[in-house]
Design a protein around this ligand. Structure first.
Ligand code: ZN
Length: 231
């Protein structure tokens, strides 16, 4: 037997190599080309928000948008493998001809948020309001976007806003159903912790959470993104 195979060093190397192999699977694009989102990237954008590049890709790639809608109601796990399992479950569910009403509806629905900008300008008067404009891509069936109750939209966390509007519902594929929304929160107040951090460091990265409810439904929308605030 080759002694190098059983030495502790090679066991370590094997573990590293296996880890890389495992990692690479989750880093592999799930869609049609290399710019498509991987399992790891999908988890990241759901948990921490989408970059302007991610948003641009989602606008142009129906495959990635379809992947997201198939994750409806799935519990988010940090292990990227849950996406593959969720997609397999979705395929199985689609093949069963049970009426939609017989299926249990998930209560919490998530979405991907992004500003399309690398930071939020706080302005010379950091005590003032900021105008938040967010892209929202559903991680659920796009039909539900039409049921989102504009009056229920709220922002919590690094920014606080109790009034928001659906500035635009964008239909990308011409099927008369919106594929994503532009949400506008014209007067969002910065949380005291953000103001304090900006006073000291002129910039801070913090998280906002958007919540909303759907008409005629007990379902709730929860979506988060990290934002960089700069004075
Ligand atoms: Zn794609």
């Amino acid at each position: 037997m080759n002694p190098s195979v059983t030495s502790p060093n090679s066991v370590l190397q094997l573990a590293i190599a296996l880890n890389e192999l495992r990692g690479s699977e989750f880093d592999r694009p799930l869609g049609k080309d290399d710019s498509c989102l991987s399992s790891r990237r999908i988890i990241h954008v759901i948990q921490a928000g989408a970059s302007s590049q991610d948003l641009e890709h989602l606008r142009t790639c129906s495959v990635c948008r379809a992947t997201l809608t198939r994750l409806e109601g799935k519990r988010l796990e940090s292990e990227p493998d849950f996406i593959r399992r969720a997609m397999q479950e979705a395929e199985t569910a689609e093949s069963i001809t049970a009426p939609a009403s017989a299926r249990e509806e998930p209560r919490l629905l998530t979405a991907i948020l992004g500003t399309g900008s690398d930071h939020v300008e706080v302005g010379p008067e950091p005590g003032g309001d900021v105008h938040l404009v967010l892209n929202l891509f559903p991680v659920f069936r796009t039909e539900l976007l039409g049921k989102l109750d504009q009056d229920s939209l709220r922002v919590n966390g690094a920014c606080l806003a109790t009034r928001g509007t659906i500035a635009e519902a964008v239909d990308l594929d011409g099927d008369s159903t919106a594929d994503y929304l532009w949400l506008s929160f014209p007067s969002s107040r910065l949380a005291p912790r953000v103001l304090e951090a900006i006073r000291h460091h002129h910039r801070v990265i913090d998280t906002i959470e958007v919540r909303g409810t759907f008409k005629d439904s007990a379902q709730e929308l929860v979506a988060r993104t990290s934002l960089e605030f700069r004075a």
